[in-house]
Design a protein around this ligand. Sequence first.
Ligand code: BV8
Length: 235
Amino acid sequence: MRGTKIVVLTGAGISAESGVKTFRDNDGLWENHRIEDVATPEAWQADPQLVWKFYQARRRQMNEVEPNPAHEALAKLESELNEFTLVTQNVDDLHERGGSSNVIHMHGRLQTLRCETSGQIEHRMDDSDLKDEYAFCNCCAEPSRMRPDIVWFGEIPMQMEEIYAAVESSDVFIVVGSSGHVYPAAGMVHVAKSSGAHTILVNYEMPLNGLDFDEVHLGKAGEILPDLVESWLTE
Ligand code: BV8
């Protein structure tokens, strides 16, 4: 793989072995909620307390979890290659804590909050920011309520131009830990394939878009990705 352009897209499955709940596995995050009730702008308008508490619980959990060998394997791959882009659907910071840099969080981040008036983003992970009471901005004369810095259903994912440019010019496109449910992320393997990339999947089970991949490795990412990365670096 050396000398080739690699793009990796990760989903909740890569953080599963760190103890971060996925969305659609049986004990998943959405188990107690319908997606529409917590991850849409309409939900935030209709019941901000419910949505805020859902995200505050997930933000607090960030202080209790650690990166796992899958995050570390991708950081090693990045360190050995010249042209490497990591895009994640995840809103946790485990890729960064596992050693990756320049992570593109296309669905936002739990670590930051967004001022509802100015749209400005602040890193807010102190204990005082993690309570069930709303957080208020530091940018407005009259502090405004802040919202989770998350891309909800119906909102446009972040940095799409940069992501598509990388996917369309990739030689190898690798997806780790995603069920292929959510677009436009789930359609990226098709974009890569039609641009001539070799497409690889690392996932616990076959996802909805599994047939789009040239190469499929089923298993736990924390267990199989480190050896795969070693093999990719020696081929
Ligand atoms: C948009 C932030 C327009 C929230 C998230 C009908 C058809 C097609 C599309 C649509 C439609 N109706 C509406 C849409 C669009 C909609 C969509 O796709 N809906 C779906 C539900 C049908 N999409 C949107 O609204 C997006 N915006 O379309 O805007 C646009 C687009 C482009 C340009 C201009 C305009 C915005 C979507 C973003 C929503 N926000 N996250 C939060 O985190 O709280 S989505 C959320 O679910 C995650 O971020 C993630 O992206 C997504 C999918 O989850 P996965 O990461 O795949 O996780 P999941 O649990 O599903 O699967 C885990 C996988 O890991 C499993 O396969 C499992 O087997 C595997 N696994 C488990 N353990 C392991 C493992 N693998 C390896 N090792 C393990 N140990």
